[in-house]
Design a protein around this ligand. Structure first.
Ligand code: UD1
Length: 428
């Protein structure tokens, strides 16, 4: 078992590169199931979750070649893939449930393990199931598996999502492209990753209108064909680096970033005194002496992304003034607050609000990250803490960031991986 050893230091300065979004790449890999033949994705991040999805697709009978260094994944889908996604893989990565829609559409049956508890909340599947039912599937839970069946094929219908869930929108969208007739998805999620998925589906031959708005209109087609597609840049990784520059009062150029997908966040940073400069194919963020704290309310896109909330919390902890951070999407997402308090931050949590009173610096301590973003945010917190902070949860970070520690070193930080001492490991 490893942990990060972070030495608190000065500003981060230099250039870092972001590639395709994790949250898009995984769904695009699932979407490949919709067409027999070889689909190739590029700008795929070198992260553990992509390897897990590759393994899941292999177990469904696909031939998957994952070039980690080159950032490509080639998925050769057989005429008749398998239809069961095992618990072993679904529990390792919740995004595995995005094979539900494509398999039901292609095969008329899908058995996908129910993911179970998640470190950031309960995260139900009711909207996924309701959407597929509206398209004519029967859906029930059988021995821990969500079983969707539509032996005579899915039929287009109006689908009203109770909440603009990203995952449910994606599953219903992928199911509807091969359904007979027209599907209208109302209250659809509008995230750039949904637009990326819709774009690839259209390239595959699907008929979709309204991507990026709350209403998706899908006219079902007989079949789709494989394509080559480049994954949309990772806006959450971009936001991570923007906050890293802000909280360390550094100067970071983020190559490969698309600032248009982060308008809300960047406006907040600019309003707090940061110098935010969009460049062609890049974004430069320069920190000031001590930027001002700002309130954050997480909301579906284009609101403030819940995935950046832990970074905002750490930022506010070392900013000038006080701020309220409100989490509306996941009920258990204030883990960072309790851990960053161990680093001396003045944070008080009350339900889904956290009141943060900024101070000049934090004070190093051992902390534990509970999910991808929490763990990464704590690594950044270590950079603005005096002394040596250790952060457990390296496995979480590797699920979402190709090489966070190496990238940080490239910007002048002192961050390394080290084994968790045996005594500590034995007690865990
Ligand atoms: C995706 C992202 C995640 C991000 C989230 C919100 C991936 C792999 N993950 O997760 O990083 O934080 O969007 O931007 O893309 N809900 C239900 N029933 C459902 C579905 C969702 O109650 O059937 C609830 C969830 O519990 C949660 C809220 O809706 O409270 C948002 O979830 P959703 O948008 O579906 O997020 P994910 O797709 O799981």
């Amino acid at each position: 078992m490893e942990r990060f050893r972070v030495v608190g230091g000065g500003p981060l300065v230099g250039t870092v590169r972001v590639v395709g979004a994790k949250n898009s790449a995984l769904k695009l890999m699932a979407a490949a199931l919709l067409a027999p033949g070889a689909t190739t994705l590029s700008s795929v991040p070198a992260i553990l979750d992509v390897s897990i999805m590759a393994e899941l697709l292999r177990r469904l009978g696909c031939d998957v070649v994952h070039d980690v260094e080159g950032g490509t994944v080639r998925i050769d889908v057989p005429e008749r893939p398998g239809h069961r996604a095992d618990y072993e893989l679904v529990r390792a990565m919740r995004a595995s449930i995005s094979v539900l829609g494509p398999l039901t559409a292609r095969l008329g049956i899908a058995d996908v393990a129910v993911p179970g508890g998640d470190a950031i909340g309960s995260r139900g599947l009711d909207l996924h199931a309701a959407g597929l039912r509206t398209l004519g599937a029967t859906v029930h839970v059988d021995h821990g598996y969500l079983v969707a069946e539509a032996p005579d094929g899915l039929v287009g219908a109006p689908v009203q999502l109770e909440f603009p869930s990203v995952g449910a929108t994606e599953n219903v969208l992928m199911a509807s492209v091969l359904a007979r007739g027209t599907t209208v998805i109302d209250n659809a999620a509008r995230e750039p990753e949904i637009v990326d998925l819709a774009t690839m589906l259209v390239e595959m031959g699907a008929e979709i209108e309204g991507a990026g708005t709350s209403t998706l209109v899908v006219t079902g087609v007989e079949q789709l064909h494989p394509v080559e597609h480049t994954v949309v840049p990772d806006r959450i990784a971009t936001g991570t680096w923007a906050f890293a520059a802000a909280m360390t009062r550094g100067d970071v150029t983020i190559e490969g970033a698309d600032h248009r997908h982060l308008t809300f966040v960047l406006d907040k940073l600019a309003g707090a005194g940061l110098d935010v400069e969009p460049l062609p194919g890049a974004l430069r963020v320069r920190g000031t002496e001590q930027p001002t704290a700002f309130d954050v309310v997480t909301l579906p896109y284009p609101g403030f992304p819940t995935d950046l909330q832990p970074f905002a919390l750490v930022y506010d902890a070392v900013a000038k003034g006080s701020a309220m951070v409100t989490e509306n999407l996941f009920e258990a997402r204030f883990h960072t607050a309790t851990e960053v308090a161990r680093l001396g931050a003045d944070v008080r949590v009350d339900g889904h609000h956290a009141l943060v009173r900024g101070r000049e610096r934090l004070s190093a301590a051992p902390v534990v990250g509970s999910d991808i973003r929490a763990a990464a945010a704590l690594v950044l917190a270590g950079l603005v803490a005096d002394g040596v902070t250790t952060v457990e949860g390296v496995g979480h970070v590797d699920r979402g960031y190709p090489h966070l520690d190496a990238d940080l070193r490239g910007l002048g930080a002192d961050v390394v991986r080290e084994p968790v001492p045996e005594l500590v490991e034995g007690l865990l």
